[in-house]
Design a protein around this ligand. Sequence first.
Ligand code: UDP
Ligand code: GLC
Length: 414
Amino acid sequence: MAEQDPPGMMRVDSTAHEASPASAPLTGAQRVLFVDQSGQLGGAELCLLDIARHRRHDSEVLLFDDGPFRERLAAQGVRVSVEASAAVRGLRQRGLGTGALRGLLALPSLVCRVARRAARADVVYANTQKAMAVCVLGKWLHRRPVVWHLHDIVDASFFGRSQRLAIRWLSRGLTRVVANSHASADAFRALAGSAVPVDVEHNGIEPGPFDAALQRDRLALRVANGLPADGLVVGLFGRLTPWKGQRVLMDAIARMPGATLVLVGAPLFGEHAYEAALRTRAAQPDLAGRVHFLGFRADVAELMHCMDVVVHASVCAEPFGRVVVEGMLAARPVVATAAGGVKEIVDHGETGLLVPPDDAGALAAALASLSDAGVRDAMGARARAAAMTRFSPQAMLAGVDRIVTDVARVDRGK
Ligand code: UDP
Ligand code: GLC
């Protein structure tokens, strides 16, 4: 969204050890404190980036880790600060990890510090699980309603037993859940019951960068990125982590002589051994010279426009799948795995192709069915039209505004 910085907006680029300008009072109808555990640019953070920018006049963002996410928020005029804590580093999503004891000891201090910030807002909006946990644990201090924007499928494929029990227990302190898909909403209800109201708000994706990319010359972009002009060029956009299925797509491409695979993304959360394994696989004779690793890129729209086909290959149920919508906005046919939120995005055969997860043969067959450029362009055009109407950022932002207003109003009426 090409919004301008608000006049006189104080930009905050602080960390907890500096005097925090984020302590300036928030003003506005509903002052929102957004809380996120990560400083990296994952899909949940990119979603929050749009929401926080839209609400930057009356809200601020608190992160538990520094990184490019803080820089992007600050660059877009959002008040942002960092409360780094061993509590967050020590408590992992699955299992207790080595830093767990230190993490537990550091937790009360973090809860109190966040609660002090939360008390100055009308609504606390947690964007990740650890943020949710810290905000709910501090509720007896800040006494503000807590909304959880749920970007995950809270089942056994992603979360350990103790984490699921903790989420179930903590969910009693939530006022509302905003789920990124019906799949995420269903998993939450299966775990926590129906006491907490759940709204589904699919991510909206700003089409502007994709509109601009469509004006660019595809071949020139390929050359500029060191990609071949001929043969089927297939792109997978996503962080390098086993469940995103890069490895399965490599096995599919190995069966397709002449095809090129482009992997866009980096190991955001320390999955360096997985990247090394992918590079080893890429060097084998059936793939040698046909796999390009581009790393994390900010020009996703242009790169998607370069591709013949965009593939989403997650082997677990994807909670939503921003990259699927983005591939559609780039007017590309998307081949995606049929699980989780993706089934709410792609209309099989019309706006993309769905294949079973973890099935290299099915991926290769779907890609082979898209060998004709006319077929690809026609499906890409239908996909773009569907994505423009069904996943607009305005619809998502209006939904979040409505929920925040509603939650604040009910809380005031207590
Ligand atoms: N992305 C990016 N640069 C990259 C790879 C991915 O900006 O090199 C973005 C991508 O455009 C998408 C997000 O990261 O908006 C990934 O979101 P998604 O919901 O697909 O998956 P997640 O990583 O959140 O599970
Ligand atoms: C999470 C999910 C992804 C989703 C994104 C935005 O990172 O893994 O599927 O698209 O959040 O909601």
